[in-house]
Design a protein around this ligand. Structure first.
Ligand code: ZN
Length: 430
């Protein structure tokens, strides 16, 4: 398949982020539906609607939330806080309200970031009935004492939780899961960036059906969406061999890979290999039990080997969950690099067979087969070293990727060695 041009794709992905940016997403509601509809233009998603009240694992699908408008008006009837200017102005899941309040009465319901006086914070009131507004500290400081009229024209009632899925079948039923959360309103890095990377990869992979693995893309609201999906897909879960949650992939930081709970899964080796090979700045961190939906997938009952690929880390960059996570905060080139990285991870996982030596008792005589130079001496060339590593570890339990990791050799030379040994009937694929 032709290598896609990451810089061109980066521009396209950035345009998609721009199109999705204004939509008011939440854990349920029309914002998620519209988002999935737009994503489906690139690769067709199967959209599932799960009714409010449905028990899912230890949780219950919540009421559906939608919002038309919201504002705070001053004594002159002017909108001093306006949902139409930014959907971050309303605490997500706010119950409907219409009231007159003094500024003092209103204050406990107003959220700001005093340290970043120009930015609007992103806040939610999931799973409790509440309401509130978010605004910049500068906006708050400009409000005179007095009476204000507030309106949140929202609805919270029985409806559905919506998620989207796309399955690209491979030759085997073994699956790679790529999951991104779709519940944040106007925030670009978290997580429109990952939605864009994911759907573009789905489009790219769907153009070439030759694959060992089935690749499953999941676009679901954070936490409750992943929990709902897990509750309804017990059988699918048993086929997942590797997975990633994709998060915050468009900002200017280097990559961070958060390992699976086990830390030694094939996905861990694959991502670490791809990041090293790319020579892009990156950091590898061990699993920790917060962050995104990797914690649902890795929970004791499922223990799926799902790591997390991101750039900026959860809660560790100032723009995180604020209005500064806007279109300028993500760039086409960074989105292009992220696409390239995830594509390469899938490619590496898909070309990672495990072999069994057909001459396992002692070392087979390679010189006789022309595979090993006749004269010993100084250090071995990589290919000869790779032949020895592959023969040593091919007991049916070590994949080529794990041999590459163990030996410190590149996956290409390890694969080349395995191909040569298989040609000489010294290896059989398990
Ligand atoms: Zn977030």
């Amino acid at each position: 398949m032709a290598e896609p041009d990451p810089s061109h794709l980066g521009t396209e992905m950035h345009a998609l982020v721009g199109e999705l940016y204004p939509l008011c997403r939440s854990i349920t509601g029309d914002g998620v539906r519209e988002t999935l509809r737009i994503l489906s233009r690139y690769a067709p998603l199967e959209v599932e609607e799960v009714p409010s009240g449905t028990p899912v694992l230890d949780w219950t699908v919540p009421l559906e939330w939608n919002i038309e408008d919201a504002w705070i008006k001053d004594a002159h009837g002017r909108r001093v806080v306006d949902f139409r200017a930014s959907n971050l102005h309303v605490v997500s899941y706010s119950v409907p309200v219409r009231a007159r309040l003094t500024l003092e009465e209103l204050r406990p319901r107003l959220h700001t970031l005093p340290d970043r006086p120009e930015w609007i914070p992103y806040r939610t009131s999931y799973y409790r009935e509440d309401w509130g507004f978010c605004l910049s500290q500068r906006q708050l400081d400009a409000l005179p004492e007095g009476e204000y009229e507030v309106c949140i024209d929202s609805s919270l009632g029985p409806g559905h939780l919506t998620y989207g899925e796309l399955v690209l079948p491979g030759e085997t039923g073994e699956e790679i899961l790529l999951s991104s959360h779709v519940c944040h309103p106007s925030l670009c890095d978290d997580n429109l960036s990952a939605m864009a990377v994911s759907i573009f990869l789905a489009r790219h992979l769907s153009r070439d059906p030759r694959r060992r693995h089935t690749v499953r893309f999941l676009f679901a609201p954070g936490t409750i969406g992943a929990i709902t999906w897990l509750a309804r897909n017990r059988e699918t879960v048993s086929r997942i061999r590797h997975g990633l949650t994709l998060v915050c992939l468009g900002d200017d930081r280097g990559f961070t890979y958060k390992r699976t709970l086990d830390g030694r899964a094939e996905i861990d080796t694959a991502v670490e290999h791809v990041l090293r090979e790319s020579r892009r700045e990156h950091e590898i961190v061990d699993y920790f039990p917060y962050g995104y939906d990797e914690r649902q997938f890795n929970s004791p009952g499922f223990r799926l080997p799902v790591g997390s690929l991101m750039r900026g880390r959860h809660g560790q960059f100032p723009e995180y969950h604020t209005s500064a996570d806007d279109l300028a905060f993500v760039s086409p080139s960074r989105l292009g690099e992220a696409f390239d990285t995830v594509r390469r991870v899938v490619e590496v996982l898909d070309a990672n067979p495990t072999y069994r030596s057909l001459s396992p008792f002692g070392e087979p005589q390679l010189g006789r087969r022309g595979l090993y130079r006749a004269v010993g001496g100084e250090g071995l060339p990589d290919l000869e070293l790779a032949l020895l590593w592959v023969l040593s570890l091919s007991d049916g339990r070590h994949s080529l990727l794990s041999i590459a990791a163990r030996s410190g050799l590149g996956i290409e030379v390890v694969r080349q060695a395995a191909d040569l040994l298989a040609e000489h009937d010294l290896l059989a694929e398990v």
